[in-house]
Design a protein around this ligand. Structure first.
Ligand code: ZN
Length: 455
């Protein structure tokens, strides 16, 4: 029998604001000693009063706009009550009743495994809301230690509709989301560092059956690879249960990357009652239509838009995907938009440069070795004019005349080459290299010498 799998994701993204969500603590607690980036507020001391981070509201709303959500002009914080050692207040400030945005969708195109076919799928976005992160529990051999540095870091929670049909699509959705928040500059979105965390809900059902199967939640998948592996494993596990006449139990599972298996953590029979109620210490966030519209206008180019524009500039889709993988698509599009007479293929080779760099290439026709040197220098912070001064560079024209001189000075070698002794080309290339003293690219010399020899 064939089976259909249904996947929905819940994603937590840390916002890279300067201060935390409700206090003025530094939000960059990474690599700091435990419990040093804290204050009475994020430590949950009684009598403290939170203040909402304006930047977090703006960024959360912008991401919701980028995901096509309907924005709630009235957003309110609620208390989510539960006890855990790394949550000193005994509740988390979240948004339950009035989130930032709802009912969005994200259309994603991607290159299929065959490296040729362009595929597309759409994922509905149920909601996006803001909340605060909890601290970290560190389980040592004989004790559990708590680090509160992460307490109060702004978090954006994104919940998708169960529109994802394969582990591959789940991974591609997460990669697209990572690109999106990075391009917008709102999160570092490094999965290994926990800036971007994902829980996946997954169920399988026989193909053609309308009613969804029982869903299992796999928690805390901290890399794209584990997400894909865990979902593949879960699909197989659930199918095996159904094939043997069993019943899939609704539960929460974790992924063990050492054994490549998912492990049951708790059954989900009665859902936890978090006793949500409006946060009495915070006024609601009230936005105006005009404010939201100006943020919408302000949105940076999003990943899909970048891909579309790159294709319009005549870059092949596999090359677009390749540049995207190197985080170089924005640089490419910006340059092409500045001067559409530039050669897109050349720009795609050196996308992390500015217009002046290309104008230098077009005017001076430097060798590829020189371009490489200057490109490396400007990407390590050297000014273009200084980088050009630093290199010894000769133009294609100069290289050609140098080679012509070498060929006329070594008429005997040229004659041998003509007589079929092709190996002698190495000697001629060596002569050119001596004369150009490393200012020309060896491959380019080789190409040009063989071309001039066959003329
Ligand atoms: Zn604080």
């Amino acid at each position: 029998m064939e089976y259909t799998s249904t996947i929905g994701l819940e994603i937590h993204t840390q916002l890279a604001t300067k201060s935390k969500m409700f206090c003025r603590c530094n939000n960059d607690a990474e690599d700091k000693a435990p419990n040093t980036v804290v204050c009475p507020l994020c430590m949950g001391f009684p009598g403290t009063l939170p203040v909402t981070n304006k930047q977090a509201v703006e960024w959360g709303t912008k991401v919701a706009l980028a995901l096509g959500c309907k924005i709630n002009l009235f957003q309110r914080f609620d208390r989510k009550n539960y006890f855990y050692p790394d949550l000193p207040k005994g509740y988390q400030i979240s948004q339950f009743f009035f989130p930032v945005g709802e009912n969005g969708k994200l259309l994603i195109d991607y290159l299929a495994d065959d490296k040729r076919t362009k595929k597309e799928f759409t994922v509905g976005i149920t909601r996006l809301h803001l909340e605060e992160d909890a601290g970290k529990s560190i389980h040592a051999s004989n004790a559990t230690l708590v680090d509160f540095n992460r307490c109060g870091t702004p978090l954006m929670e994104i919940v998708t509709e169960p529109d994802i049909t394969s582990p591959e699509e789940a991974r591609i959705f997460m990669q697209e989301l990572q690109r999106l928040v990075r391009l917008m500059g709102v999160s570092h979105a490094d999965m290994e560092k926990g800036h971007l965390r994902v829980d996946a809900n997954i169920s399988v059902r026989p193909k053609g059956q309308k009613e969804l199967g029982t869903k299992v939640e796999v928690k805390n998948l901290n890399s794209f690879k584990y997400l894909e592996q865990a979902l593949k494993f879960e699909i197989d596990r659930q199918i095996k249960i159904l094939e043997s006449g069993g019943v899939v139990e609704q539960e929460t599972r974790g992924w063990d990357s050492k054994t490549n298996t998912s492990i049951s953590q708790r059954s989900k029979e009665g859902s936890i009652d978090y006793r949500y109620f409006p946060e009495p210490d915070l006024p609601p966030v009230v936005l105006t239509e005009a404010e939201v519209n100006s943020w919408k206008k302000d949105l940076t180019m999003l990943p899909r838009e970048l891909r579309e524009k790159s294709e319009k500039f005549k870059l092949s889709y596999d090359r677009v995907t390749e540049l995207q993988g190197k985080d170089a698509l924005l640089g490419f599009v910006k340059l092409m938009e500045q001067d559409s007479s530039l050669d897109p293929k050349a720009v795609a080779n050196w996308p992390n440069a500015d217009l002046a760099f290309y104008q230098w290439i077009m005017k001076q026709e430097p060798t590829s070795a020189a371009i490489k040197q200057v490109y490396t220098a400007i990407n390590s912070g050297v000014k273009l004019t200084d980088a050009i001064k630093q290199i010894r560079t000769i133009s294609v024209g100069e290289l050609e005349s140098t080679i012509k001189t070498v060929l006329s000075e070594n008429a005997q070698a040229v004659a041998k080459h003509q007589a079929g002794e092709t190996k002698i080309i190495g000697f001629l290339i060596g002569q050119v290299m001596n004369k150009t003293k490393g200012s020309a690219d060896p491959d380019q010399i080789k190409d040009m010498v063989s071309r001039l020899l066959t003329k």
